[in-house]
Design a protein around this ligand. Sequence first.
Ligand code: COA
Ligand code: ZN
Length: 310
Amino acid sequence: MYPSRVDITEVGTRDGLQAEQQFVPTERKIEFIAGFAAAGLRRIEATSFVSPRAVPQLADAAQVVAAAKTLGPTIAALVPNAKGAMRAVEADVDEMVVFISASESHSATNLNMSIDQAIAAVEPVAAIARDSGKVLRAAIAVAFGCPFEGDVPAATVSGIAGRLNSLGIGSLTLGDTTGMASPRHVETVCGKLFEDHPEMRLTLHFHNTRGLGLVNVMAGLKLGIDSYESAAAGLGGCPFAAGATGNICTEDLVYMLSELGIETGIDLDAMIGVAREMERYLGRALPGQLMRAGPRTRLHPVSAVRRAVG
Ligand code: COA
Ligand code: ZN
């Protein structure tokens, strides 16, 4: 019924740190990425080659990629335009990810372009990817709803997917940027994509803004989707979407999948260790739950609690 193995892409240093108030020093970012690699993550979306004026937190993308490349996992980065793609190729990133919004208002706040302009901007990026032999993937933001416009029709998402597909992009992430998805909606949007573009490989990217993140993963698993994005400690959020909060949490996702008997290749204890380091460094409680409770196999001595005697 479910896939026997699931691929997880860690986005904590990209989706997570882009939303932080403070600039996290490059060495720290690299330490976190090294922690992800050591925990067994095979694909890491490490950073973005976007305008450093738009996202100053990720201005050190080139240094981050240079260091991350030595660690073993596939290193991916977001690129918004040809300038970003050239910077990414120069840094020798493994994979570039273009991102298109499914609503005009999020496209305007996030990319300062209309949807048509943003898709047109993919063409030169695709040419750069071809010439440099880099893998190019795409992501659709606000694919399950837009915080400015509300519902986004599945046909709109599928239409954008088709245009990306005709540019030679065969791997697509559906982003639930502000946690508006619910399980039935996941079935509707993914069902439409399967019907219209059966050859496209789908990855799902949920935020837990309304508490439905892992339930939406269950909906994806039932559809046979075997690739998900998540952030350590449940960090995350788009600064250009109102009300954005954390991604689904990597170690909570790993725990759920292991309880379902689904292989991820990720060491839960090691992942909890990195999440705790991130929490310690950022100096505030982060949303992840496993890093507080531990897995269900962590037992407590009876003497640790009060006895309820009347
Ligand atoms: N990397 C570095 N600098 C870039 C850049 C890139 N990828 N793209 C544009 N710039 C620079 C230009 O060179 C120009 O610099 P200058 O003023 O010194 O000449 C300046 O930014 C403005 O360029 P322009 O093409 O007019 O961009 P814009 O101001 O319309 O912004 C984007 C468009 C796409 C660059 C910007 O909106 C962006 O980076 N968005 C990313 C948002 C994001 O990461 N969201 C979260 C992920 S969902
Ligand atoms: Zn996101």
